[in-house]
Ligand binder design. Sequence first.
Ligand code: G3P
Ligand code: MG
Length: 241
Amino acid sequence: MRTIYAHRGMSSLAPENTLSAFKLCADYRVGWFECDIDILHDGTIVVSHDSTLDRCTNRSGLLFDINKQDLADIDAGSWFSHDYLEEPIPTLDQLIEVMNRYKLNANIEIKSCESNVQASRDLLDGLNAALEQLAPEREYIISSFNPILLAEFKKIRPEAPIACLFENQTLNDDWHVIMEWTGAQYIHPQNDGLTREQVKMFKDRGYKVNVWTVNAKDRANELFNWGVDGIFTDFAQNFSR
Ligand code: G3P
Ligand code: MG
């Protein structure tokens, strides 16, 4: 079973990490998407890749400096296209509603909360509470580059499927120690420079392997031939059935 994950939603067709980008997955029959979550000053969990507002909204400054009430005034769509004027930054609760309504599954990536320990704790507790609202037939994976967050979340929610994200330069000999320590079943390595031998090493230890970010079809086919289970892509429409 080869899984296509729409990276940040259908992010080449709609602004990344917005409800529009996620809903488009249903139109293209892409069953899984990836998204990133972070926390606001008042504890509201939102969907955002960056810890600042600068790149993907009409505002600037730290995400952690705003509160839920500020979201109504923030446009996270028009940087992408005027068609998405006033598209909001979604909350995690809204994301869960979309998953339920559109029958979509998600890889939810936890970002690092500016190294604020209390904010990290609140984010993990809030994520656990939000997942309680997920319909039982929906699937999810929780991923992060930060193994401490993953290990902590696994304690809060032991049944959660966990994925360790690795960049090329952090994929060292101790990778499987991190996997075991977090209780991960999935390894999510970076595409650039990933070799057949590395994929074999992951599979030999029984892990599912999902690779980010793969936009070229030839490379996707090569990875699948090596035994990779899934890819994250910005062009899921090119892979949909
Ligand atoms: O989860 C795969 C991928 O999204 C990790 O990198 O920076 O796009 O969140 P990034
Ligand atoms: Mg991500």
